[in-house]
Design a protein around this ligand. Sequence first.
Ligand code: FES
Length: 176
Amino acid sequence: MTTASSADHPTRRDFLFVATGAAAAVGGAAALWPFVSQMNPDASTIAAGAPIEVDLSPVAEGQDIKVFWRGKPIYISHRTKKQIDEARAVPVASLPDPQSDEARVKAGHDQWLVVIGICTHLGCIPIAHEGNYDGFFCPCHGSQYDSSGRIRQGPAPLNLAVPPYQFVSDTKIQIG
Ligand code: FES
């Protein structure tokens, strides 16, 4: 299995964890990252499937946060220009699950990637800012996703799913 050291990816240190009421599902590794609390509906409301709003203003370029919606981990990445350029330089037809980067983000908000953090192989939670494609690495069987959340290497058959969401302001999204 290919993995990458944190020394190769210093931005991992910048990972922010944003808690929602459903934060009980947090894995041990995620607890290593700084913790930023945020107002959201309470746990029972979220569990019932209510939309959640996420304030993006604390998320600096190059950082990722993780929130929970309907019990699922949602990664929100504030991508750098380099990450966007890398994602858009790839010939779409060469991808295992061909999809343009433009189709996976909201027009005018291209720096923000929002994906469900569940590996499309067997459901593990990938790690952000890991792997060979400046995206996500699944430690279970080595699947690697790029900075658009598209599968690039490993056994996963599909890209990380994009949840339903919309921008309600320049710095706030509603998921669900
Ligand atoms: S569950 Fe992610 S690679 Fe198998």
